[in-house]
Design a protein around this ligand. Structure first.
Ligand code: ADP
Ligand code: MG
Length: 700
């Protein structure tokens, strides 16, 4: 009995050699896997052009006609096969550089063909190189419909004469032979509820769409299914872990929290901060471990939420810690938090790579005998000697800088795993977050503190530097401070980018001491030096801070009103947005100035345009995903999707993902182990995916 898990070689038109190529190049070895090799686009093949209408501006087109004669032209590397192809309006040249013998053997003169390809201008004439050619009679009879599927073909396959057409023919053969044995993979209650087309229909229509409407329905069904099983898997894991995990309950709302909130805070919490604190608090009361991702745009006030959460732990007799990716940032958090809590009697300590040995001893003791309530630091916190007496809450700021394994070491410091809150200002698109972190609960601060004016973003070419400088002078005359960021520390041999040392000279010439003091911070400085430079800027003594991107995350100097980004074309969108977030931190107007060379790549120009147009981090994250693709979102590389989606696209299919998420949630809520009869198919399908798809279960 034939089965969809049979080797692809037995399908008509495949055979052992092609099967081997498919396995090596496409990772396809079974019939079923080939059915799930979806077209990447569709082309309208109802329209035929006349040869007299062709010009090189046209995209892929098709024409009908006959080959007049074949000619081999040139020799050696330039050798090519040329064929004159004509219809009643004229003729063009078809050209091949490879597979000459195969072409002359397989195609004949004076036979009706359909030729498909992209017209190019060669000298004064139009030609088509490596066209697809089909027998016109067969073409008319084939499953070819108005929308013809196009498959992406790796070079290695092309070299072996496997084209999009080859795959289409194989899909036709599979379709004819095996469509009857395709088993439905979704239970009927879902199919009915969402009015999905059957798997059979979907798999047929996606390869051979009979109309654009049918194609849309087929794609919806297949995308839904792909995303749905990922969500189902994630939510099942999450529920399972929640069910098992026992964690401390922070019931008491004692002095420290209330004192800070009602007596010491110089402002009111935003609605978003209040909502998120409520979500965190209900986790603390649940008896289960909190695993929460807190997303909030730069400047939305995550630090305060972190502090208040830590105070809830402290008020209940537990210790808390917060880990941040850089020393500058941990110093700053330390200062900020000390300032907030003042003398309310909570003991806060700082631990970084720069902490002296003698201080460390004391610190270790303090953690053991519970005199330290809150510990702030860099990844130095992970070291084995750092032991807490009773760690109740771990907070990780700007979490993408830490690997998953690194983070886990932190919460394994306690016998019972503490509550975990990870905070990120890299607004991960919601869709990506749902797929990557589907097993975390997500909170969002979607509101900035009141009275903030959106940062004005402007783009200047390098030759406008003088007017930019005069603008900076005016801002500084108002008492404001300026950040200047360069992409590199030293001149790179290959690239003509401005670099920090040179830039520093330029700025010092125009802004000389003693009127202006310029501070410099970069990654290669010793931490004490860095700290000193930062201090000068934070205190306001230095008017200008020139730095590399070490300044990117978290730094908070509300008096700074201008962020100048040199060679802005060098930066990714989310990095630019992070940098811009350093200004606009009080009620005055702030500015972000993007300096670039005058030759910009298309993508660079788009990035700059997006930055000038919007301040919304989530919108920027979405654009970023559109421009770069979901596997390459800045900051998520290390946790990027561990496998490719076959048909869904996280940048475009947010609504389908949301539907998939909601349905999976309902099912898991009622039947977390998928024991009910109507869920058996789902359980089977999950098992199959976990077995068959490499890394499938690694998403978490
Ligand atoms: P981020 O989310 O980028 O970490 P921060 O926590 O650094 O943001 O907060 C940015 C600035 O806003 C800080 O100066 C902080 O003191 C201030 N801030 C936080 N919450 C509020 C609020 N509710 N009202 C006014 N200012 C606030
Ligand atoms: Mg922050």
């Amino acid at each position: 009995m034939a089965s969809l898990s049979d080797n692809i070689q037995f399908v008509q038109g495949v055979g052992p050699k092609r099967a081997e190529l498919f396995a090596a190049q496409l990772g396809i070895s079974t019939i079923e896997e080939m059915m799930y090799y979806f077209p990447y686009k569709y082309i309208d093949r109802t329209k035929f052009y006349k040869i007299s209408e062709l010009n090189s501006e046209l995209p892929y087109i098709q024409i009908r006609g006959k080959i007049h004669e074949f000619k081999i032209i040139g020799a050696g590397r330039g050798k090519r096969l040329s064929a004159r192809f004509y219809d009643e309006t004229g003729s063009i040249e078809l050209v091949w550089f490879k597979g000459l013998a195969w072409i002359t053997k397989n195609y004949k003169t004076n036979v009706d063909y359909v030729v498909f390809g992209k017209p190019n201008l060669f000298g004064h004439n139009i030609n088509i190189t490596h066209p697809e050619i089909e027998d016109a009679v067969k073409f008319d009879k084939s499953l070819t419909t108005a929308l013809q599927s196009q498959y992406s073909i790796p070079e290695k396959l092309k070299a072996n004469f496997i084209s999009s057409k080859t795959i289409r023919t194989i899909q036709e053969n599979i379709s004819r032979q095996f469509v009857s044995i395709i088993h439905e993979s979704l239970p009927s209650f879902l199919i009915d509820k969402l009015k999905l087309v059957s798997l059979k229909d979907a798999l047929f229509q996606v390869h051979f769409p009979q109309s654009s409407n049918k194609l849309k329905n087929a794609q919806f069904r297949l995308k839904f299914e792909e995303l749905f099983f990922i969500q189902l898997n994630l939510l099942k894991q999450k529920k399972n872990r929640k069910e098992k995990s026992k964690c401390f309950i922070f019931l008491r709302e004692k002095d420290n929290f209330t004192k800070l909130l009602y007596k010491r805070l110089p402002f009111k919490l935003t609605q978003a901060q209040i909502r998120v604190l409520g979500e965190i608090r209900s986790d603390f009361l649940s008896g289960k471990q909190m695993n929460r991702l807190l997303q909030g745009d730069v400047g939305s006030g995550k630090t305060l939420v972190a502090l208040l959460s830590m105070l809830m732990a402290v008020d209940n007799g537990f210790q808390a810690c917060i880990m941040v990716p850089t020393e500058i940032l941990s110093n700053q958090h330390y200062r900020t938090i000390l300032k907030f809590i003042g003398d309310i009697g909570v003991n806060v300590s700082l631990l970084t790579g720069a902490t002296k040995k003698s201080e460390r001893k004391e610190l270790h003791n303090g953690l053991q005998n519970k005199t330290i309530n809150i510990l702030i630091g860099t990844h130095a916190l992970i070291e084995d000697e750092v032991k807490f007496a009773n760690l109740g809450l771990v907070i990780i700021d700007e979490q993408h800088r830490f690997g998953v394994a690194q983070r886990a070491r932190l919460w394994q410091k306690n016998e019972i795993e503490p509550h975990v809150l990870v905070m990120t200002a890299t607004p991960i698109p919601r869709t990506l977050a749902m797929t990557l972190y589907g097993d975390l609960d997500i909170s969002v601060i979607d509101e900035l503190p009141p009275g903030r004016k959106p940062v004005k973003t402007m783009h200047f070419f390098n030759n406008s530097v003088l007017s930019v400088f005069s603008f900076l002078r005016k801002e500084m005359a108002k008492g404001r401070q300026i950040y200047v960021v360069f992409p590199l520390i030293k001149e790179s041999e290959k690239m003509d980018y401005k670099y920090l040392e040179d830039g520093y000279e330029g700025y010092s010439r125009d802004f000389p001491p003693p009127e202006y003091l310029i501070s410099v911070v970069h990654g290669r400085m010793k931490s004490a030096e860095k700290e000193k430079s930062m201090e000068l800027f934070i205190k306001g003594d230095a008017k200008i801070l020139i730095s590399t991107t070490v300044i990117e995350v978290g730094v908070d100097v509300p008096n700074a009103s201008v962020m100048v980004i040199e060679s802005a074309e060098r930066f990714g969108l989310s990095q630019l947005h992070q940098l811009r977030g350093r200004v606009g931190r009080d009620a005055e107007q702030s500015y972000c100035i993007l300096m670039t060379g005058d030759k910009l790549s298309n993508d660079a120009r788009k990035r700059i345009e997006i930055m000038v147009k919007t301040n919304n981090g989530f919108e920027i994250a979405d654009k970023d995903m559109e421009l770069r693709g979901p596997g390459d979102i800045e900051g998520t590389q290390q946790s990027g999707l561990p496998f490719e989606l076959k048909i869904a696209n996280l940048a475009a299919d947010g609504r389908i993902l949301q539907t998939a998420h909601n349905e999976a949630e309902i099912i898991i809520k009622n039947d977390m182990y998928l024991q009910a009869p109507q869920n058996q198919l789902l359980l089977e399908q999950l098992k199959k995916l976990n077995r068959n798809v490499l890394n499938w279960s690694k998403i978490s």
